[in-house]
Design a protein around this ligand. Structure first.
Ligand SMILES: NC(=O)c1ccc[n+]([C@@H]2O[C@H](COP(=O)([O-])OP(=O)(O)OC[C@H]3O[C@@H](n4cnc5c(N)ncnc54)[C@H](OP(=O)(O)O)[C@@H]3O)[C@@H](O)[C@H]2O)c1
Length: 257
């Protein structure tokens, strides 16, 4: 994806990564192919509030303005419940809190047409935000509107993997699977009801979201399979839910409102 972005010759391409060595390899490849392209890497572990703050500080120091952020990092199916250095469940800390904090810290340098691309799985179709158990402590009575949609789970063919009463890192499975390192904890997991794509095919939707001129001046858009489409689950379109989550994320990351 970073290599494809370089084709558009942005003023500067900043690659953040927890394993900066991996990002350096990509940066070197880009530099080789496009010698005039300014590209740099910043070490940042999104599961850590301190590291994310430091990473954002470095990005702010490098970029004069920010046109596009692609919030694309993520972990999936960590087998055992694991807490971040800040004490938050690691999927939630990495996939959501880190990006939330990073994006908010960069806001002061957003250009007027800045695009923030937030990558999601189809997990939102399966389960609403579990406000009563954000840290997956378990053994909690979740209200009806926070319980997973078992019919949807069955339809996706992940029934046995998605028991609502246990720590459940599989809830975030999508209707199509892009074969990447994301599946490192579920070696060889195959589900006949799902479609498989290459990493390039998967990255295409993110590039559409980041670059398609037809989306310019659009307040928001949901892109699936490179097409602007409609979100099907009510709970992700609910403004009260969004505000509640925003406030909680502010508190959890120490971001003042
Ligand atoms: N692949 C799919 O089928 C699928 C489906 C639905 C959603 N998604 C979402 O798509 C996004 C991209 O995933 P992918 O499939 O390309 O997986 P990937 O190849 O594993 O890429 C994820 C990236 O996130 C980085 N990362 C993980 N934890 C991090 C942390 N704490 N701080 C900073 N970076 C961290 C990883 O770094 P390392 O290289 O150091 O591990 C890796 O570069 C993720 O948000 C994922 O949830 C993917």
């Amino acid at each position: 994806m970073a290599k494809s972005l370089a084709i558009e010759h942005p003023k500067i391409l900043i690659l953040t990564a927890r394993s900066v060595v991996k990002a350096d390899i990509i940066a070197t490849e880009i530099k080789k192919r496009y010698p005039s392209q300014d590209v740099c890497t910043v070490q940042m572990d999104l599961s850590s509030i301190d590291s994310t703050r430091l990473g954002a500080k470095k990005v702010l120091a490098i970029a004069s303005k920010i046109d596009i952020i692609i919030n694309n990092a993520g972990v999936m199916a960590i087998p055992e419940r694991t807490l971040s250095v800040d004490g938050y469940e690691l999927h939630f800390a990495t996939n959501f809190l880190g990006h939330f904090l990073f994006t908010n810290l960069l806001e002061k340098k957003f250009s007027s047409n800045a695009r923030i691309v937030n990558v999601t799985s189809g997990g939102y179709m399966v389960c609403p935000i579990r406000f009563h158990d954000l840290n997956w402590d378990g053994d909690k009575d979740l209200p009806v509107d926070e319980q997973p949609d078992m019919a949807m789970i069955d339809a996706l063919g992940i029934g046995e993997l998605a028991r609502p009463d246990s720590y459940n890192p599989m809830l975030a499975y999508l209707h199509s699977i892009i074969v990447t390192e994301l599946q490192r904890h579920v070696h060889g997991f195959r589900n006949q009801t799902m479609e498989y794509k290459t990493a390039s095919q998967g990255a295409a939707s993110l590039l559409v979201a980041a670059l398609d001129p037809n989306l310019q001046n659009h307040p928001s858009a949901y892109i699936d399979d490179c097409q602007k489409t409609v979100i099907v689950s009510d709970h992700v379109c609910n403004e009260l839910v969004a505000q509640r989550l925003w406030k909680i994320a502010q508190e959890m990351t120490g971001l003042t409102g």
